[in-house]
Design a protein around this ligand. Structure first.
Ligand SMILES: [Zn+2]
Ligand SMILES: [Zn+2]
Ligand SMILES: [Zn+2]
Length: 340
């Protein structure tokens, strides 16, 4: 995340802020300008309709009541149940970070409508209210999230039960959107052949593969080949887990660069989301994770990045980087043709 400043007084403000803590100005994040804007006075922006309940601090445009992030929701939690407003607030906060990621990548993040039925949409469901257990997952642009994941106790219980080193709302969104971008960027392109060589054939029976994974666990040498044990379950999950890590790396490096943590490699990376220099990205990222992990241990906190990138995993990340960078280049080329 790049440094944001108050439009009124110039003090540093954070992505989640509704007001400037220095001068009290009411502020909203403008996704178009990628900067904080004022809600009152000259050049004021219009607040997203979800601001009233402290669900969203973004600005909206195009005469739409909801901002670019909230427009993606088609089912929100039932707010007549105690705790659901707080769950929804945490969910939207995490989602906005991830919508921001994909805007920075320059990847399509449009809301589903009648003209665009395959575009993205989110369902935030509760197992208490649903007829069947709610499974967090992705299906052709529809991302479902079990809102219990917004409860720290529930999520931590699931994390230890599944022996995962990392489980967060941001991580869920990055993982599920990875499935979406597999369909958008790879499945119908000629890259699918290389993708199948690297990640395996995703046409393999999914239910059977997952059942096998939950029964037998991951292969003993999974660390050599996969970023996580779950990634070894099926090629779809390997893609999604690895893609999510690519987003973790870009987002972390964006913040690190802004804070001046990237050392001598900072000159090689202007924008971690769109850089062509994959090697510099990884070379700069790894020492930062080692240092921040050590700092977290000093505080008795879990590691920020509890993962090891094997050479094979770096190769998979490099492939994903190539897919994203190519998409960014072709978009830039299309824009320059439009402008000509
Ligand atoms: Zn201010
Ligand atoms: Zn909003
Ligand atoms: Zn998945």
């Amino acid at each position: 995340m790049r440094h944001l400043s108050c439009p009124a007084c110039g003090s540093r403000v954070f992505f989640e802020n509704y007001t400037c803590l220095a001068c009290g100005a009411h502020i909203a994040f403008s996704p178009e300008a990628s900067q904080m804007a004022a809600l009152f006075g000259e050049g004021a922006v219009v607040a997203c309709a979800n601001r009233g309940q402290f669900v969203c601090n973004w600005a909206t445009g195009d005469d739409q009541p909801l901002c670019r992030s909230c427009r993606l929701d088609s089912v929100i939690p039932n707010l007549s149940f105690a705790g659901n407003l707080e769950r929804w607030q945490r969910i939207e906060q995490a989602k906005r970070r991830v919508v921001y990621d994909f805007m920075r990548f320059g990847l399509p993040i449009e809301a589903r409508d009648s003209a665009n039925p395959g575009a993205l949409t989110f369902h935030f469901l509760s197992t208490d209210l649903a007829a069947a257990p709610v499974m967090t997952g992705h299906d052709s642009g529809l991302v479902t999230l079990d809102i219990a994941e917004a409860d720290d106790a529930v999520r931590e219980h699931r994390r230890t039960e599944m022996r995962e080193p990392y489980r967060t709302l941001v991580g869920h969104f990055r993982h599920e959107l990875a499935h979406y971008y597999f369909e958008r960027l790879v499945l119908t392109s000629s890259d699918i052949r290389a993708c199948r060589i690297i990640f395996g054939d995703e046409r393999a029976d999914y239910q059977e593969a997952l059942q096998r994974h939950y029964q037998n666990g991951a292969p003993v040498d999974w660390r050599q080949h996969f970023i996580s044990a779950y990634a070894s379950a099926h090629p779809h999950e390997d893609w999604a887990e690895t893609f999510a890590h690519f987003v973790h790396i870009a987002a972390t490096m964006d913040t690190a660069l802004d804070l001046g943590f990237a050392g001598e490699l900072s000159g090689r990376i202007v924008d971690p989301y769109t850089t062509e220099d994959f090697d510099a990205l990884i070379e700069a990222f790894l020492p930062i994770t080692a240092k921040v992990n050590e700092i977290n241990r000093s505080m008795g906190q879990p590691d920020m990045y509890p993962f090891v990138l094997s050479d094979e995993v770096k190769g998979k990340l490099h492939f994903i980087h190539m897919i994203v960078a190519r998409r960014v280049r072709s978009r830039a080329a299309a824009q320059s043709v439009d402008a000509a």
